[in-house]
Design a protein around this ligand. Structure first.
Ligand code: NAD
Length: 357
């Protein structure tokens, strides 16, 4: 029987509440699919500042490095808002991503059938959408040098550099093709090769890497067209791979196809250990009230099983269980509609666990 060590970082606000529900589902999935989950908790964010004076204690990094995967709730809150920038809870999140060398950010945009009406787009456009955006996270224009603001010829200029090394493109393309193998075997690479040299290199390298993945179909799109196609016909996409800047914009665009923050999972992978976290923050306005939607965290657990632990069957079963409770009309307050049964955080977790069985 496979046994996985998960380092759990509950964090602040609703983080601990939604993590509890996700773990409930992971244990249930383990029983059903024959693996065991061993967890070790560690501090991050405001909870770490209160207990240890820093947002990411070294012991937390060590615990994360020796795990098979890291599962994070959410961090931050008004209590720590006035601290200097480098001491804030958010710093802990940036540091743990860096410490784990996570260069690939995975952001799925899956529209659950029962929540089709939550999207601002027409039901026939979004029903069935299931996209995975693979965004390069540690390179590109956000990190390229030179960058700055200077005076040139008497005028102030601002500039950044969009730069990618071949190796950086190869490794993110590799992640995208591997992900596509776990899904519908299609990758769309997005850049701006009609204008940018860096994008020409991107296209050349992605095409070369695709030779090792003959079973995956590769297509290329310019980013302006990709932004349009995401709204026009999002169902055409399976995996989208793109650089840091384009991925930042397109992943937010794609996530809004689904229409609901409380439903969105994410992962940062590529290093030795993957970091899995819901997209939402610590929601201080509802923290401690048993009102948070745990489905983003539960869908994150499914992502961890699929992309971090290769437990595909269990991942699919969790997603089916989420779909089932939604179809049965179960809602938390944030996604409630008339006629729905409004559940608390823990009741929603119980329903998903029961649906899994
Ligand atoms: P937020 O995501 O915490 O909340 C935005 C709104 O969405 C709130 O009204 C909240 O109640 C609601 N919401 C969020 N998740 C929900 C859920 N699971 N169920 C029901 N409703 C949910 O964003 P914010 O208010 O801008 O930030 C609050 C704190 O969280 C800040 O300190 C911020 O820095 C931090 N933050 C952390 C992360 C992270 O941990 N990854 C991400 C974003 C923001």
């Amino acid at each position: 029987m496979n046994s996985y060590k998960i380092t759990v970082l509950p964090g602040d606000g609703i983080g601990p509440e939604v993590v509890t529900e996700a773990l409930k589902i992971l244990y249930a999935a383990g029983e059903k699919f024959g693996f065991s989950i061993e967890t070790e908790e560690a501090l991050i964010g405001g909870a770490a500042i209160d207990a240890a004076g820093v947002p990411l204690p070294e012991t937390t990094v060590e615990k994360c490095r020796r795990a098979d995967a890291v599962f994070l709730g959410s961090i931050g809150g008004p209590k720590w808002e006035n601290l200097p920038h480098h001491q804030k809870p958010e710093q802990g999140l940036l540091e743990i991503r860096k410490a784990l060398n996570a260069f690939a950010n995975l952001r799925p945009a899956k529209v659950w059938d029962a929540l089709v009406s939550a999207s601002t787009l027409k039901p026939e456009v979004v029903k069935g959408v299931d996209i995975l955006i693979v965004r390069e996270l540690t390179g590109g224009i956000y990190f390229g040098k030179p960058a700055g603001i200077k005076i040139r010829d008497g005028h102030k200029i601002g500039f950044n550099t969009m730069i990618y090394q071949e190796g950086e493109i190869e490794r993110i393309a590799g992640v995208a093709f591997e992900m596509a193998r776990l899904r519908n075997h299609r990758v769309t690479s997005v850049e701006k090769a009609n204008v940018l040299d860096v994008s020409q290199l991107w296209r050349e390298v992605v095409t070369r890497v695709s030779a090792d993945y003959r079973d995956v179909e590769l297509s290329h799109l310019y980013v302006d067209n990709a932004a349009m196609q995401l709204i026009r016909n999002p169902k055409q996409f399976d995996v989208i791979v793109t650089g840091n800047l384009f991925g930042d914009i397109l992943s937010d665009e794609a996530s809004m196809l689904t229409g609901s923050l409380g439903m969105l999972p994410s992962a940062s992978v590529g290093g030795d250990v993957g970091l899995f976290e819901p997209v939402h923050g610590s929601a201080p306005d509802i923290a401690g009230k048993n009102r948070a939607n745990p489905l983003a965290a539960i869908a994150t657990a499914a992502m961890m099983l699929r992309y971090g632990l290769q437990e595909n069957q269990a991942a699919a079963a969790i997603e089916n269980a989420i779909e089932k409770v939604l179809t049965d009309g179960c809602r938390t307050a944030d996604i409630s509609e008339s006629g729905a049964t409004v559940l608390s955080t823990s009741e929603m977790g119980d329903r998903v666990a029961a649906a899994l069985e």
